[in-house]
Ligand binder design. Sequence first.
Ligand code: MG
Length: 389
Amino acid sequence: MAKQVVVLGSTGSIGKSTLDVCRNLGDEVEITGLAAGSQWELLAAQAREHSVPRVSIACPDAYSKLKDELAGSGIEVLHGSEGACALVAERCDSVLAAITGAAGLPPVLEAARRGRRLCLSNKESLVLAGPILGKIARENGCELVPVDSEHSAIFQALQSGTAKEAKRLVLTASGGPFRTWSIEQMAAATQEEALNHPTWKMGPFITIDSATLMNKSLEVIEARWLFDVEPERIEVLCHPQSIVHSLVEFVDGSVMAQLGVPDMRVPIQYALTYPERRPLETAKFDLTEIATLTFEPVDRVKFPSVDLAYEVLRRGGVSGAVFNASNEVARLAFYEGKISFPEIVATTGRVLEEHAKSGPSRDEATPSLEEVIDADRWARERAEQCICS
Ligand code: MG
């Protein structure tokens, strides 16, 4: 029988690649729901192409347009966060969760409650609510399978040992477009320069996060909760070619790495078919052509976001939510030309510091979801104020 799959965030970069993978898997999967943010025309086209019975859209304006567009098609149209949650509640084995940002959290938690396989691309769910999501997943038999390429690499490496047997998890980072730039050059970086990623083609916000290395910082936190490994055993290594997607060193000195041409369809398909593998046409992988793989430490002065991630893990509680929310606000401000590039991470650091002194739920070791959402809201307001002052 076909595996029933719901794709959350189907019009984004990961969502589109997921639909490619579903085309590749053919009869093996049936898409039973699609959710998107505002791109209603593309969502309607996707629903028609894949004969999807139900779709949901977040943006209220787009909802009325989508309803008109699909009137008489037999496709049910839902909206808002409740709509996305309703999609994972019925006729669903696996959820590909690729809504970016804090908005992705409610349907992810709903999928965990329902015991679905959660193919997780939305790293914010773990950054905001790692312990909460982990607990719900364990209690309801929800399998968490990462889609993020680095975490997929670690997940695959861990097929030959357990996380307990791992001496360290090493996340590789391309270093983004500013790896070789000076601090002075970075201070004057434009939006176009930040959006010019050397190895991966992704959405604009995650590309800016790659330029600040904020993406890697979020991934350190993601790895901590996904694999239940202490922060001391997680490291970041710069690897500009993005061929080694990450690696695990085990206690006996054996190192397992996962390699491949950068292509998000590989971790997406693996998350859907795990523990099995299916054929997939990818660009030729030829080590003699690649010839050189280089590695270097991350420059923590040029990229202060990485130290902030370890600070967040040390502090725990709601600080992941504060970290992510401030970054989302500051990143958008840079994208809109309101602040300079270094101010993205500076703003995030400032809001974190303020939170440690006087923010909500700062002493709460195991916060509730409400406290997490509250801290997220607080941090957004604080970040806005920092940017305007
Ligand atoms: Mg990644």
